[in-house]
Design a protein around this ligand. Structure first.
Ligand code: FAD
Length: 468
């Protein structure tokens, strides 16, 4: 200990107050565990402060344009929208503030000892926390690594360069740029396309692979590309971004395409080339513990326990898929374990959503994946243009597709629809419950609603469809 150090003890030390860490801390504290939660930045982590929540707030605002078109179509005529981006940003910050202060309130309510500081392990039962004016040594019985991930840098397009922004700064721009270049056509990149294109920017996507959203089925990508020029117009596939040129009025991404150099210019360049947990975990002092690393994540079992029996790992630091809802679930599992209850991360299905317009929601196997494991499949499909609810809202683009084995056991669902993010929950529940097409088809869905479309797709797979 050095002068100024304070020594304390805790049953459970949680490092990182993102969705994984704060959920874990609250779950354990509610079960009478003495919990200390530490974060070097803000409560809420990436998701609440610079990810899910601010991104979806801006996308919500940006979708005004499709609503205006719709109002015009049905006879409500408005003048052209006057976009006050500063106010939109203030509103978005307010949403973030409400949620993060809500979490702070919950931590206080359940007696979690929250410390703002940076934690590193000194051993398998002690950690050092550097605070602004102090250092603290904490003894713990169990600790949880919930330290999240950070954007991957592309050599030649490092974030410190003028004009280059990461997924965090792109949510904080003062104004809508005239032209924005998005390097990386994954879900974070395509969500940025959704908001800035709809706010009126020209958006250019530079993708090294042969198509954007490569993790998703081709028919999903085709469907969203059909609905909006935002996903269609300036997509540079098979273009590998190498460096930038800052010398002119605009900032240019220099990309390699078929051995030739291509210049793609914009006012801002967003680099969204994926996320990694490694650099953060590498600085945690894990060499002082028994924790072992895999290539990109901390090794762990189904209880989220690492190779050090005192230390657990959750959220992005535990590996793919790096999603808040996976982090929440893992946090709750470890919270239960810390309280002495049996628990495991035994979920089979993790839904994925992209907040494009229309939205995309997928869970389980696609037809292509299922074909590799099953001889015969039952496939059902329902077009959103045949949904009564979709027509009443003027948002009728997309489809629902279900994939089941020859006995009708559900294997997966893919949804492109205005409310796909909500609709995918029912398919996820059915899959977790080992459900069959008939379970969904025979469940009464309220009418008229978007989820009816999932029931209709299941009926189609059973050859019992009424509405198509
Ligand atoms: P994080 O939320 O990253 O939190 C980790 C915390 O640990 C941070 O607050 C950090 O300050 C702290 N920390 C790190 N090291 C230390 C240390 N040594 N000492 C103290 N504190 C430390 N996911 C979804 O499910 N849905 C979405 O719609 C979605 N949208 C996204 C949009 C964007 C633009 C981005 C970037 C991400 C999005 N994600 C989304 C992913 C989601 O944000 C993450 O999966 C989620 O935040 C991971 O939670 P976590 O608890 O593992 O880590």
């Amino acid at each position: 200990m050095v002068v100024g150090d304070i020594a304390t003890g805790t049953e459970l030390l949680v490092i990182g107050a993102g969705p994984g860490g704060y959920a874990c801390a609250i779950r354990a504290a509610k079960k009478d565990v003495d919990v200390t939660l530490v974060d070097k930045d803000k409560v809420g982590g990436t998701c609440l402060n610079r990810g899910c929540i601010p991104a979806k707030s801006l996308i919500h605002a940006a979708k005004y344009d499709s609503d205006l078109d719709h109002w015009d179509e049905i006879g409500i005529h408005t003048d052209e929208a006057d976009i006050d981006f500063e106010s939109i940003q203030e509103w978005k910050d307010g949403v973030v503030e409400r949620l993060t202060s809500g979490v702070e309130g919950l931590l206080e309510k359940y007696g979690v000892n929250y410390i703002e500081g940076e934690a590193t392990f000194e051993s398998s039962n002690t950690a050092r926390i550097e605070e602004e004016h102090n250092a603290e040594k904490i003894e713990f019985e169990k600790a949880v690594i919930a330290t999240g991930s950070q954007p991957i840098e592309i050599p030649g397009l490092e974030f410190h360069q003028e004009g280059i922004v990461s997924s965090k700064e792109v949510l904080e721009l003062d104004e809508v740029p005239d032209e924005i270049v998005v390097v990386g056509g994954g879900y974070i990149g395509m969500e940025a396309v959704t908001k800035y294109c709809k706010f009126g920017a020209t958006v250019k996507v530079v993708e090294a692979r042969d198509r954007v959203l490569k993790q998703f089925d081709q028919e999903i990508v085709d469907s969203i590309q059909e609905t909006s020029e935002c996903y269609n117009d300036e997509i540079y596939e098979n273009h590998k971004a190498k460096e930038i040129d800052n010398s002119g009025n605009k900032i240019a991404v220099i990309a390699e395409h078929k051995s030739e150099e291509v210049r793609i210019e914009g006012d801002v360049v967003l680099v969204a080339a994926g996320r990694t947990a490694k650099p953060i975990v590498d600085n945690l002092g894990l060499e002082n513990t028994e924790v072992e690393l895999g290539e990109h994540f901390v090794k762990h079992d189904k209880q989220m326990q690492t190779t050090d029996e005192n230390i657990f790992v959750i959220g992005d630091a535990a590996g793919q898929p790096m999603l808040a809802h996976k982090a929440y679930r893992e946090g709750k599992v470890v919270g239960d374990i810390a309280a002495g209850e049996p628990a495991a991360f035994d979920n089979q299905y993790i839904p994925k959503v992209i907040y494009t317009d229309p939205e995309v929601g997928v869970v389980g196997m696609t037809e292509q994946e299922a074909t590799k494991e099953h001889e015969k499949l039952k496939i059902g499909r329902f077009e959103m243009s045949a949904s009564g609810r979709a027509l009443t809202t003027g948002h009728e683009k997309g489809f629902v597709k279900v994939v089941a084995d020859k006995n009708g056991k559900l294997l997966g669902a893919q949804i492109v629809a205005p409310r796909a993010s909500d609709m995918i929950a029912e398919a996820t529940l059915a899959l977790e419950m080992q459900g069959y097409l008939s379970d969904i088809a025979n469940t009464i869905h309220a009418h008229p609603t978007f989820p009816e479309a999932l029931g209709e797709a299941c009926e189609d797979a059973l050859d019992e469809s009424i509405h198509q």
